[in-house]
Design a protein. Structure first.
Length: 265
């Protein structure tokens, strides 16, 4: 396991193991979280729940399998979160749960706001579509609650909306839903950790409103209505300093914004 470090302890009962799959989309890599009884010490064979096995990287999956994985939870369908499902299931025999049946192994799909018990802890499920239609977040219940956001909220920057599967109206509603929860530490699937969820969620909402205003201004400059413009026409106006590697992701987000404006403005 030359490229994988040991999990880093974030708080009692929470550790993170980052996969070695850095990119412009995954930032430093995909964060796999290990949840366990806060009264116990993280050590091999400790019962844990894993959030997102990550990509199919043998070193990363072998490192997760050092623990007694009792359950695997999936935040959404993208391969950097799901490609390791079958190998981790093979290594550990742990059931896998997701919102979509195709990613479940020996277990049922999630129901919204259900509570899951395992490894000495309770985790609740929050359906948060927008990034994708199947995106979910998790809250580890207890004296100190923690929020795990997948790609709905990142450690830095903003997430893409994988339109048409993900929609802006769903995404805005999901951010508001997370804001209705108590403020708590926030743990994203990519990037660093946040001590408080509410400031970041409010910043995400403000960013989306600003971006919509930018799209409206760009449409005015072009003299076009949202229903009659292609995202490529707006890229340079809305994202003037865009990394070319992110053009596809930005185009999908623009599609989502144009779709939203066509229905609301």
């Amino acid at each position: 396991m030359d490229h994988v470090s040991a999990p880093s302890l974030l708080a009692p009962g929470i550790a993170v193991l980052r996969a070695d799959n850095p990119s412009e989309m995954t930032l430093e890599g995909t964060n796999s979280y290990l949840l366990f009884n806060p009264g116990q010490t993280l050590a091999p064979q400790l019962p844990v729940i894993v959030i997102d096995p990550g990509p199919e990287l043998e070193e990363h999956l072998q490192a997760l399998a050092l623990y007694d994985v009792q359950l695997v939870l999936i935040t959404h369908r993208h391969l950097d979160h799901t490609a390791g499902i079958d190998r981790l299931h093979e290594l550990t025999g742990a059931p896998v749960r997701a919102r979509l049946e195709q990613f479940c192994r020996n277990a049922e799909v999630f129901t919204d706001r259900e509570e899951i018990n395992g490894a000495g802890i309770t985790v609740s499920v929050e359906f948060t579509p927008g990034h994708t239609s199947d995106s979910v977040c998790f809250v580890r219940r207890g004296t100190e609650e923690h929020l795990f956001t997948g790609d709905t909220v990142l450690g830095r920057g903003t997430t893409i909306l994988d339109h048409p599967d993900g929609t802006l109206s769903d995404y805005l509603a999901s951010l508001q839903r997370l804001l209705s929860l108590p403020d708590m530490p926030l743990h994203p699937a990519h990037g660093g950790q946040h001590e408080h969820s509410h400031p970041l969620l409010n910043a995400y909402l403000a960013h989306r409103e600003d971006r919509l205003d930018q799209v409206r201004s760009a449409l005015e400059k072009l003299g076009k209505a949202g229903a009659h413009v292609h995202p490529a026409d707006l890229l340079e106006l809305v994202y003037p300093d865009l990394d070319p590697r992110l053009a596809g992701a930005a185009s999908r987000s623009l599609e989502a914004q144009l779709h939203y404006l066509s229905r609301t403005d």
